[in-house]
Write a protein that binds this ligand. Structure first.
Ligand SMILES: Nc1ncnc2c1ncn2[C@@H]1O[C@H](COP(=O)(O)OP(=O)(O)OP(=O)(O)O)[C@@H](O)[C@H]1O
Ligand SMILES: [Mg+2]
Length: 473
């Protein structure tokens, strides 16, 4: 049977340890138990549990110190404190320091199992839905490579925003352009010298979770606020206090939640679900989107007041095809990164022809596509020089750029040719896409319908019909 999850148990009482360990193992968990606090933090890190049950009073050490050493949120694990009933006060202190709950001795085994099951359930749900919570960024995120003029200008803007300490930044750009990376860059500039571990940077993907979960993740909840709320939980805004919150794919957030978020950004307070008090928060909010938020506002899908609050300070990352000067430096950066990762003694280099082909490619998946391409090359090609024949087919056969100038006739795709636009995994609303394109064409042409129709390869009459049908006039 696959274990339901890993639990690390720290208590100096042999009896308690063996009783809890046995009952949790019987319930299907993988358990590691320690009675000696020496070196326990390293052991916890090595075991990488989802949950740590930690005795508050240990010989020669306090559970609080271990909790602090584990870092914010237990270094990825949730921590539940084990206390004797006379230490309720310190239990509360432990919760403030990041423990999610406490259990009082003598234990009711059923209660212990319930608390463990509820924490594990949340954990596995997060795994399933692609929950994104990154407190410590990987090394990979350190260098924002981009010598091109647009990226240099963007970095300067980012530095200004960081210096001013602005409360919220909207970061827009196509898929894979580096929005999250830029958010982390600004975050680091705002907290220089503190190191990544010092200041929390916590993100949530607004497209990956059901609405009620996003709400409880953002704002936290009290015990019993809803059926599954077996333990109280701090929200991301609380956890990230002093640091940053990343709201990834903000364009997917539902209207009801947008209203709550707006209140948070106006008052800088949150109230946990089921809570009675407002908790003041202090965090920089980064919202990212690859959607056209203005169009979403026009369609009534995004609150205009929230839009203005987020978009006061805005950073737009142009697609890679509009900053081709970054392609080779990025490719070489990834070559070195992956050579090191896969233990290659000497990173290969690109031949001049290969470099030209990389620059000519339109990179519809932007920097992420380039990164993945280079990673494959490092793994699959062992020679010292990367030649054109090593490059993937789509790089060898450059397609016309996605945004062709208006005067060029729309090319009819050759039979068997791949379409230029590929349907995203999660599907798309054709109507939304149509509306977006029409609004963009109108914006580009200063609302000149004749020219906008031309841009979209439509007759004036059918263009007007569509505009009416979609309610865009
Ligand atoms: N300027 C850059 N320098 C180095 N690496 C970069 C740069 N821009 C992006 N990357 C890398 O490309 C990948 C995609 O970046 P990131 O996740 O920040 O993009 P994104 O815009 O948030 O993508 P999505 O729209 O899919 O959420 C990451 O691995 C990131 O490290
Ligand atoms: Mg992203």
């Amino acid at each position: 049977m696959r274990a339901k999850g890993r639990v690390f148990l720290v208590d100096d009482d042999d009896l308690i340890v063996s009783m809890l360990a046995r009952s949790l193992r019987l319930a299907g968990y993988e358990v590691q138990a320690e009675t000696d606090p020496a070196g326990v933090v390293e052991k916890i890190r090595a075991f990488a549990p989802q949950l740590v049950l930690l005795d508050l009073k240990l010989p020669d050490a306090s559970g609080m110190d271990i909790l602090a050493e584990l870092g914010e949120g237990g270094g990825g694990a949730q921590v539940v404190m084990l206390t004797s009933d006379d230490s309720a006060e310190s239990a509360v202190k432990a919760m403030k320091a990041g423990a999610v709950d406490y259990l009082t001795k003598p234990f009711d085994l059923e209660e212990v199992k319930l608390v463990v099951a509820s924490i594990m359930q949340r954990w596995s749900l997060r795994q399933e839905v692609g929950y994104l919570r990154k407190i410590n960024a990987g090394q990979d995120h350190k260098d924002l490579v981009g010598p091109s003029a647009p990226l240099q200008a963007l970095k300067q803007q980012a530095e200004k925003l960081a210096r001013a300490g602005v409360p919220a930044v909207l970061i827009t750009g196509e898929n894979g352009t580096g929005k999250e990376m830029l958010a982390r860059y600004v975050h680091r500039l705002m907290h220089p010298g503190e190191g990544e571990a010092g200041t929390p940077f916590i993100g949530i993907n607004c497209a990956a979770l059901p609405e009620h979960l996003i709400e409880s993740e953002l704002f936290g909840h009290e015990k019993g606020a809803f059926t599954d709320a077996k333990v109280e939980s701090q929200g991301i805004f609380e956890l990230a206090s002093g640091g940053s919150v990343l709201l990834d794919e903000i364009g997917e957030m539902k209207l009801a939640l947008q209203a709550k978020l707006l209140r948070t950004l106006e008052e800088w307070k949150v109230r946990r679900l089921g809570g009675r008090h407002d908790i003041p928060i202090q965090a920089t909010v980064f919202a990212t989107t690859n959607r056209d938020l203005e169009a979403a506002v026009e369609r009534g899908e995004f609150r205009i007041d929230l839009y203005y609050r987020l978009a006061t300070f805005r950073l737009h990352i142009p697609p890679l095809r509009e900053r081709r000067g970054d392609v080779v430096p990025l490719a070489e950066h990834f070559l070195a990164t992956f050579a090191a990762k896969y233990g290659r003694a000497r990173p290969a280099e690109f031949s001049a022809e290969a470099r030209d082909l990389l620059v000519a490619h339109a990179w519809p998946g932007n920097v992420r596509e380039l990164r993945n391409t280079v990673e494959r090359l490092v793994v699959l090609e062992s020679g010292p020089v990367i030649l054109p024949e090593h490059l993937p087919r789509e790089v060898l056969e450059p397609r016309p750029p996605a945004a062709a100038p208006a005067a060029t006739p729309v090319p009819t795709p050759a039979p068997g040719a791949e379409p230029e636009f590929s349907l995203p995994e999660g599907g798309i609303s054709l109507e939304d896409l149509e509306s977006t394109l029409i609004l963009q064409a109108l914006a580009k042409t200063g609302r000149n319908k004749v020219q906008a129709a031309k841009l979209l390869g439509m007759t004036y009459d059918s263009f007007r019909y569509q505009v009416k049908k979609l309610g865009l006039d």
